[in-house]
Design a protein around this ligand. Structure first.
Ligand SMILES: Nc1ncnc2c1ncn2[C@@H]1O[C@H](COP(=O)(O)OP(=O)(O)OP(=O)(O)O)[C@@H](O)[C@H]1O
Length: 239
């Protein structure tokens, strides 16, 4: 099976007040569907930059990203936006939920952007909430949910359109260790059951045991790439 995402010799630097920071130096990697890869490393080593380049949110200074066989560097901004809308889901540390919307509406709204008919959007949103164990709390607004529950709603919103590529940037950093572990297990379960490629950034070494693959970064470079110790979740397992 070919990789769903191939990065080659990716480099990115930032200039701030005449000081250049090399955030990423010649990073190459392949990611496959059905796997949850964890990108770890110390603060400032380039993890978020790598995720941003791989998802087409940012352009590299040099190097290339092929995602689902498409060279993202050849797409103009509008085409990259369309690619992300169609194929990518994102989960961020701050949940990014709308305060006024219920859990069901938060998820349903992701389908409105894709012009999915209302009744179908409600049904799919319900299924996504079921997947993350939040169906029974679908009428609640963010202020009425715990941090772990909010992150599960955010994950439901990211997966409701069945993206081939799911990117998570520090999805557990606002959570205690129990909820952090549950959210990580859920991301892995989604990779295994839906076949999505899941790339997750974290500086939390406790998550290493829960990933299929661990990519370790230091100073803008990928310094280690290994398989995780986590056994596959049994079919139908609840994270
Ligand atoms: N938009 C930006 N402008 C200037 N410098 C940036 C920008 N984004 C990242 N950097 C710098 O690039 C380097 C890598 O940042 P990045 O956010 O990718 O690291 P990280 O490993 O995700 O860090 P953390 O774990 O703290 O979130 C850092 O030195 C950071 O200060």
């Amino acid at each position: 099976m070919p990789p769903h995402l191939s990065a080659r010799a990716l480099s990115k630097s930032y200039m701030v007040q005449n000081i250049r920071t090399e955030a990423l130096r010649q990073v190459s990697l392949d990611l496959w569907p059905g796997e949850m890869s964890l990108i770890i490393g110390p603060s400032g080593c380039g993890k978020s930059t790598l995720l941003s380049l791989m998802s087409g949110l940012t352009r590299p200074d040099s190097g290339s990203v092929h995602a689902l066989g498409i060279d993202l560097g050849k797409l103009d901004d509008a085409a990259r936006d369309a690619f992300r809308l169609a194929h990518c889901g994102f989960v961020f540390q701050g949940f990014n939920l709308f305060p006024a919307l219920t859990a069901l509406e938060q998820v349903q709204i992701a389908l409105d952007y894709l012009d999915v008919p209302h009744a179908q959007a409600v049904e799919q949103a319900g299924e996504a909430l079921e997947l993350v164990g939040m169906w029974r709390r679908r009428h609640l607004r963010p202020a009425e949910l715990s941090g772990g529950e909010k992150q599960r709603v955010a994950i439901a919103r990211a997966v409701v359109k069945a993206p081939a590529l799911l990117f998570a940037d520090e999805p557990t950093s606002a959570l205690d260790s129990v909820n952090g572990a549950r959210v990580t297990d859920l991301l892995r379960q989604i990779a295994h059951e839906s076949g999505a490629l899941v790339a997750c950034v974290s500086h939390d070494p406790r998550l290493i045991a829960r990933a299929d693959r661990i990519l370790e970064m230091e100073d803008g470079c990928l310094i280690r790439d290994r398989r995780g110790p986590a056994p596959a979740l049994p079919a139908g397992a609840q994270a």
